[in-house]
Design a protein around this ligand. Structure first.
Ligand code: MRU
Length: 346
């Protein structure tokens, strides 16, 4: 798989895959504007927690260049506004994690404004490179749980497209596929309303020759009862110190169903997705446009003014989570103490 997002050194531009066009066409957005990056995040041309974190980091670097600031004070003012503009989705932790990290670099930089801008560009590139390394590590860490011959249930897209490269769930599947001579299969839930499972996960796993079966979200109970899958591996937009997993809507239902059928339920994240501060009741769950549910392929599939509830994410409590797989290690049966120990290890 190609990289989802890249910094182009020659032109100081950002190039990202437009995921709203997949799987039918592969198009890119190329821009020098942080506002254009903010729009890409908002309209989900780029989506998936680590990918939007990388996009926000690069958006901050573009803002630094655009600012034409002469003093560090002016630069900081421009960057703070840019961070607000880029934070267009409230649930994925990586977004604020990346903008805060970039602000911190600017705040603590020593040297001229030009040097600071260069430092910010390097930091944005490093966030992306780190993400690729973390993906690979997550894939390796998961081998202790994923056995040859396993069929893995996924939801949404936590593949290459949701990160810079390889994915979180994508890395688990790809590393196991590589290590076990292709002896790994995937069941991908379609993921209403935006169908990231159907449009993105099936596309990218099939590109890599991984045996993938598409199901609708409502089929999960039947698939589990019939013994078609060995475990669930999902990504997360945010994992709390308590072990709560905030991920694509439908994840919670999947976890409850998995528990009923004694199927292990795992969530896989880079440490950049772990929020050690927020309490479960304070997590903001994004609610999206009702038309995402009312309209399919440009056609109303319901009464045009039907009342709709469209939360994009849900929260799975730790008692339903068998393990959290991270780039630093695996936390079985997560508790606050175990999460803290993992987070503080390096
Ligand atoms: O609304 P999306 O498509 O951005 O939601 C993405 C997910 O829910 C993913 O599972 C999550 O971000 C993890 S991506 C590695």
């Amino acid at each position: 798989m190609f990289r989802t997002i890249e910094w182009l050194d020659d032109t100081s531009e950002v190039r990202l895959v437009d995921q709203t066009k997949l799987p039918l066409t592969l198009e890119h957005v190329t821009t020098k504007s942080h506002e254009r990056i903010a729009k890409s995040i908002k309209v989900m041309e780029i989506r998936g927690a680590p990918a939007i974190g990388a996009a926000a980091g690069m958006g901050m670097a573009l803002a630094a260049i655009e600012s034409k600031a002469r003093t560090i004070g002016d630069l900081m003012e421009y960057l703070e506004k840019a961070a607000d503009t880029l934070n267009t989705r409230p649930t994925a932790f990586n977004l604020t994690w990346a903008t805060n990290r970039m602000l911190e670099v600017a705040k603590t930089a020593e040297g001229s404004v030009d040097d600071t801008i260069q430092r910010l560009v390097e930091e944005a590139k490093e966030i992306a490179e780190e993400d690729v390394r973390m993906s690979r590590n997550m894939g390796e860490q998961a081998l202790s749980l994923i056995k040859p011959g396993y069929t893995i249930q996924t939801i949404c897209n936590a593949g290459s497209l949701a990160t810079v490269h390889l994915g979180t769930v994508g890395a688990v599947v790809r590393v196991a596929h590589e290590k076990y001579g292709g002896n790994i299969k995937v069941y991908a839930a379609e993921t209403r309303p935006r169908q990231q499972g159907a449009k993105l996960t099936v596309f990218e796993f099939m590109e890599d020759g991984i045996d993938t079966t598409l199901i609708t979200d409502g089929m999960i109970g039947t698939v589990f009862r019939d013994g078609r899958v060995d475990c669930c591996v999902v990504g997360a937009d945010r994992i709390l110190r308590t072990g709560h997993v905030i991920n694509k809507i439908g994840t919670y239902t999947m976890a409850i169903t998995a528990k009923h059928h004694k199927i292990p339920f795992y969530s896989v994240v880079p440490v950049s997705t772990i929020d050690m501060v927020t309490d479960p009741e304070d997590v903001v769950i994004e609610e999206r446009d009702p038309d995402e549910i009312r309209i399919i392929n440009g056609q109303y599939v319901t009464v045009p003014d039907a009342k709709v509830y469209n939360p994009a994410f849900d929260m799975t409590p730790p008692e339903l989570v068998d393990a959290i797989i991270t780039d630093r290690g695996v936390v079985k049966k997560p508790t606050e103490e175990k999460m803290r120990k993992l987070f503080e290890s390096d």
